[in-house]
Design a protein around this ligand. Structure first.
Ligand SMILES: C[S@@+](CC[C@H](N)C(=O)[O-])C[C@H]1O[C@@H](n2cnc3c(N)ncnc32)[C@H](O)[C@@H]1O
Length: 276
């Protein structure tokens, strides 16, 4: 693992996360009761527009019950559980953070989905899978943490079947300097953003062809505006949010992300591609 990857893992180290999440969930439902994917959505969808964005991306990727899915950089597993619960498919989640994988496994058991969703610690640049092991790969808000983008897309191509699908939803660089900290990095040393054009070139060089390529920046801005207009205390379970996962300064990181978007420093890109 490179020094950069180690620093990224530290950013998501999430000390005692499963314990903190158990405490936050105790206010919602007793520990011996099952949880639903919808109940967990404010907590476990670690990207702009949360479960709405996941639902849009998976629908564009045309997942079926027989599709073998890898959710790469799966966080605490919200998108993976959504996929399995919605389509009945089997999903493997891989993430750098052992704390995230522990929590993902716990929450998946609470949702009764352990038979269809499994998680393991791993680095996206060295995946522990055979060539062509998956039909579809999801990558949501992860690429900006990966320094060697060519290696990342090359590794995804390797583990996909021919004509397999790669669905990605990530930040891209627009103009000017990014204001830090942001949810994926406290400073520029673990943030590796590319422009939309550079992203497309890297994907095409790796052997992918776009079937969907969409600038979602305005949709993201509208979502932030609506979220900021709503009162957090009016949420059904105000204690369930990504601050539990990332700590008390998560609100400041999110505010900087919204600022970077509104000042045209960053943009949001959704894409679905096929492997040649
Ligand atoms: C912003 S979170 C997104 C989590 C998840 N995709 C979601 O949307 O809910 C970024 C995730 O990428 C993971 N990550 C970053 N670099 C990685 C790498 N090289 N290999 C595997 N996971 C990585 C982090 O540990 C973190 O969980």
């Amino acid at each position: 693992m490179t020094g950069t990857t180690t620093r990224v893992r530290e950013h998501y180290s999430a000390a005692s996360l499963t314990g903190r999440i158990k405490s936050a969930l105790a206010a919602v439902t007793p520990e011996d009761q099952p949880l639903t994917v919808a109940q967990l959505a404010p907590l476990d969808q670690f990207h702009i527009r949360g479960i709405l964005a996941t639902a849009e991306l998976v629908s564009a990727a045309e997942v079926e019950p027989s599709t073998r899915v890898l959710d790469l950089g799966c966080g605490i597993g919200g998108p993976a559980r959504y996929l399995a619960a919605t389509f009945g498919c089997k999903v493997t989640g891989v993430d750098l953070s052992p704390g995230f994988i522990d929590t993902a496994t716990y929450l998946t058991a609470r949702c009764g989905l352990s038979g269809r969703v499994v998680f393991q610690v791993g680095d996206a640049l060295h995946l522990p899978f055979a060539d062509a092991a998956f039909d579809t790969v999801f990558l949501q808000h992860v690429a900006m943490n990966v320094e060697d983008r060519a290696a990342l897309y090359g590794e995804i191509r390797r583990i996909l079947t021919p004509r397999g699908r790669f669905a990605t939803y990530d930040l891209v660089l627009h103009e000017g300097d990014v204001v830090y900290p942001v949810p994926w990095a406290r400073d520029a040393s673990t943030s590796f953003l590319l422009s939309e054009r550079e992203t497309r070139t890297a994907l095409e060089k790796a052997g992918f062809n776009a079937v969907l390529w969409r600038d979602d920046t305005q949709t993201a801005l509208d979502w932030f505006k609506a979220a900021m207009a709503g009162s957090p205390a009016s949420a059904p379970n105000p204690g369930l949010n990504l601050g539990v996962v990332m700590g008390p300064d998560f609100a400041a990181m999110t505010a900087n992300l919204a600022r970077n978007l509104s000042e045209n420093r960053l943009g949001v890109l959704s894409a679905v591609l096929t492997r040649d």
